[in-house]
Design a protein. Structure first.
Length: 556
């Protein structure tokens, strides 16, 4: 039996390296017939199975659950085991010469068993020593099983003692399934039209440079489009913020910084501003999303691949490498569905204020979520215009207290006192340095204030972080429940999720199944919301869903 009493089998990372190909086929058959909850150390197991075209339906991911229970990012089998058994992970044994040569070392134990007499896992087992024999593999699976059972007991205690509002067991399962999704996202990749990408990059930064001399000439040409607005030989380096401020001062423009949003407001002041903004976009493409990025991350099959994780280690949002989470809007036109396919793009609307309504239990705010536009009923209740109502809600969640935000915030305090108390309690805990848990049970660690720092200012910043992390973390939990539900349901339509971006899903779908997929995404959101939120909250969650050929065609 595995966590929650479900029948299951244990799979170890890189198990296939010691098994015949039949092992993958057997795993697939068992998964299809019994739908067990496989116990895995991490999504490396799923990655290994994907190489054999096996996709697990569900699992208990020990590393993912560890991050949920302990907060933070760092997690590996040795650290997880040590902390589950109350051992100092800083004292974990390391590989030595005797280990490397296959000797038993001097710990007084039997190297045929994974746990040392002092309770730590043997380093040689952590680095693959368990693959030596089937008997060792079975013992290693037993260690993982034991770790999963201990994690379930910890979750049971958190829930029985009221330390978690929601169902932490359900969160552990969805976080684990999210790691399966992450492995699949990394393996499947995001469809890219490579010729279109090369043409678009060329239009912004010029053709591929044959060598560094040509690359330098290209940079000089791009720089000249800005520098031509100054006298010759001005000595300005556009890659230096201080030099850019100097450039602007020479043009009679004095600004405290050169952030893009500030310069956007000055477009009409001088043509150099427009040129500078255009240069910045081209420079970002040239240095981060240019030909080198394309060559390094897009395969011969036209798929952009990067490493994915189900948790960023803070509030628990999904993260990705290779630019998948910060692809410039200018490059979205190159994300194109395969022939005969389309994208169904779904973006959760006003997710954080709706989550705040659910987790705080503020009935007035819960009622406001029944509207497609939550800010409209909030504006009516506060007696203000919609833009002011939006500022009020955002100010509440992000702790803004000055200017228009501060004035709007006072209206929230009288209009939605229950939600505001939820946020203020979180802020107070953060100010004091106390750890928190999100609705679904993720530990939110509070950072230490450095010696010599302004203690009150740093504590206030910690309070703002805490109030937002409680909402953002819960929103991430709901998003992943939705995403893994969609992952399971769309498989029968021949569709797959190819991108998870904050609160957005991009699903690659055979064109004839597009309409069914749109309805399925709505249904999955309703199902996920019902399962995730507190009984009786009745918060309505909405998503903007559209069918497009290119990601750029989706509504921004």
């Amino acid at each position: 039996m595995c966590p929650n009493g479900e029948i299951g089998l244990a799979v170890r990372d890189t198990l296939l390296s010691i098994c015949e190909p039949l092992a993958a086929e057997t795993i697939a058959q068992v998964d299809d017939a019994l739908r067990p909850r496989w116990v895995c150390w991490s999504n490396a197991t799923s990655t290994a199975l994907l190489a054999r075209d096996v996709r697990l339906a569900t699992c208990w991911d020990i590393v993912a659950v560890h991050r949920l229970l302990r907060g933070g990012w760092r997690a590996d089998a040795g650290r997880v085991w040590a902390q589950l058994h109350g051992l100092d992970h800083h004292n974990m044994p390391a590989m030595g010469q005797l280990n490397l040569l296959g000797g038993e070392g001097d710990d007084g134990g039997d190297s045929d068993y994974p746990v040392r007499p002092d309770g730590y896992l043997r380093p040689e087992w952590l680095t693959g020593g368990w693959t030596d024999t089937p008997a060792k593999a079975a013992r290693w699976a037993g260690v993982a099983w034991s770790a999963a059972e201990l994690q379930q007991r910890m979750i049971d205690e958190l829930m029985s003692t009221g330390q978690v509002q929601g169902d932490a067991s359900a969160t552990a399962r969805s976080e684990s399934a999210a790691e399966l999704l992450c492995a699949e996202l990394a393996a499947d990749g995001l469809p890219i039209n490579v010729p279109a990408a090369e043409a678009l990059i060329a239009s912004m930064v010029g053709p591929r440079a044959a060598d560094e001399v040509e690359a330098a000439e290209g940079r000089a040409r791009r720089d000249e489009e800005v520098l031509r607005h100054l006298p010759p030989r001005s000595g300005i380096d556009l890659r230096s913020p201080a030099d850019v401020k100097s450039l602007l001062r020479r043009l009679g423009i004095d600004v405290p910084d050169t952030r893009a949003w500030r310069l956007e407001q000055l477009r009409q002041v001088h043509p150099a501003i427009e040129a500078l903004l255009h240069w910045r976009k081209a420079e970002r493409v040239a240095t981060t999303f240019g030909y080198g990025w394309l060559d390094a991350n897009v395969g011969a099959d036209g798929r952009l691949r990067g490493e994915w994780s189900g948790s960023d280690g803070a509030a628990g949002r999904m993260t990705a490498g290779a630019g998948l989470h910060n692809l410039p809007a200018e490059l979205r036109p190159v994300v194109v569905a395969d022939d005969g396919c389309v994208f169904v793009r779904a973006d959760l609307g006003q997710i954080e204020p709706r989550v705040l309504a659910a987790v705080s239990g503020d009935q007035a705010l819960c009622r406001a979520t029944q509207d497609d536009d939550l800010y409209a009923p909030v504006a009516k209740r506060l007696g203000v215009e919609r833009p002011v109502a939006k500022i009020a809600v955002l100010a509440a969640m992000y702790g803004q207290t000055s200017g228009t935000a501060g004035q709007a915030l006072r209206g929230m305090e009288s209009g939605y006192p229950v939600a505001m108390k939820y946020l203020s309690d979180a802020a107070e805990a953060g100010f004091d340095g106390r750890e928190l848990r999100t609705y679904g049970g993720r530990l939110i660690r509070m950072f230490e204030i450095a010696d010599g720092a302004d203690h009150r200012a740093a504590a206030a910043g910690r309070g703002r972080y805490a109030r937002n992390a409680m909402v953002q973390g819960a929103a991430a939990e709901l998003f992943k429940v939705w995403a893994v539900t969609v992952r399971t349901r769309v498989a029968s339509l021949g569709a797959r999720i190819v991108l998870c971006l904050h609160d957005e899903l991009l699903v690659h779908v055979p064109a004839p199944q597009a309409e069914a997929t749109v309805q399925l995404l709505h249904d999955c959101l309703a199902e996920a919301a019902l399962r995730w939120q507190p009984p009786g909250a009745h918060v309505r969650f909405v998503a903007d869903i559209s069918t497009v050929r290119s990601w750029a065609d989706a509504k921004a």
